[in-house]
Ligand binder design. Structure first.
Ligand code: SAH
Length: 211
């Protein structure tokens, strides 16, 4: 067993103690090599339960929150048509691609988007479509979605994301600036039922032009 496989196993055990217990989520997290999404100088930290820098002031999310957000969708019986806002390294998108049939992901920084796209191709993950764009607007031409997750924090829920949810669909996102909470929103016709879940710490969801 190589060093990464061993630490990957330890990470999965740690995630279980933190409440990420769903088998399909844990299998995906065992299969997708997180070190592959991180620069080689930081790869030795890939299986620690922490966010890490990926350049351009952005981070790959903490494994716990990746597992938790994915599990929330599984618990809502989501199977396909998942939109992620904030592709970043592509790691969360890869996990979503293993768990759900069809995934879409939007990133505003072109270099990160291109890099993430290449990584998923190298891992033979072909059910994730990615685009360079502003996630505040969602991905109108692919809507409606069964689920949307946002991996950067807006200070208010972007209205387009609510509108692009299917009836019965689920939106999971961190909301806030210095103080953030993970929020779950379920669409019931024109009603949106919000539940505040737990404290969170994400980079900001930037409004405005893409770069
Ligand atoms: N899911 C990522 C985490 C990336 S961090 C991963 O697994 O690595 C959040 C990402 O959101 C950053 O890459 C940032 O550039 C992106 N982002 C911020 N504002 C955005 C916006 N308005 N639209 C799309 N992406 C945005």
């Amino acid at each position: 067993m190589n060093q990464f496989a061993r630490s990957g196993g330890a990470l999965v055990s740690q995630l279980k103690t933190l409440g990420v217990t769903n088998d399909s989520v844990l299998n995906a997290m065992s299969e997708v090599p997180r070190h592959f999404f991180i620069e080689s100088v930081l790869a030795h930290k890939a299986y620690e339960n922490t966010a890490l820098p990926i350049g351009q002031g952005q981070t790959i999310s903490q494994p716990y929150i990746v597992g938790k957000m994915t599990q929330l969708l599984v618990e809502h019986n989501v199977e396909t048509n998942v939109l992620e806002i904030g592709t970043g390294s592509g790691y969360q998108a890869a996990i979503l691609g293993k768990v759900f049939d069809k995934v879409f992901s939007v990133e505003r920084i072109r270099n990160l988007q291109l890099n993430a796209k290449r990584k998923l191709q190298q891992l033979d993950i072909y059910n994730v479509q990615m685009k360079h764009g502003d996630g505040w607007q969602g991905w109108e031409s692919k809507a409606p979605f069964d689920a949307i997750i946002v991996t950067a924090a807006p200070n208010e829920v972007p209205p387009a994301l609510k509108q692009q949810l299917k009836d019965g669909g689920i939106l999971i996102l961190p909301v806030g600036e210095r103080v953030q909470h993970l929020v779950k929103i379920v669409r019931n016709g024109d009603t949106f039922v919000e539940t505040i879940l737990e404290p969170a710490k994400f980079v900001p969801l930037v409004a405005g032009a893409t770069i």
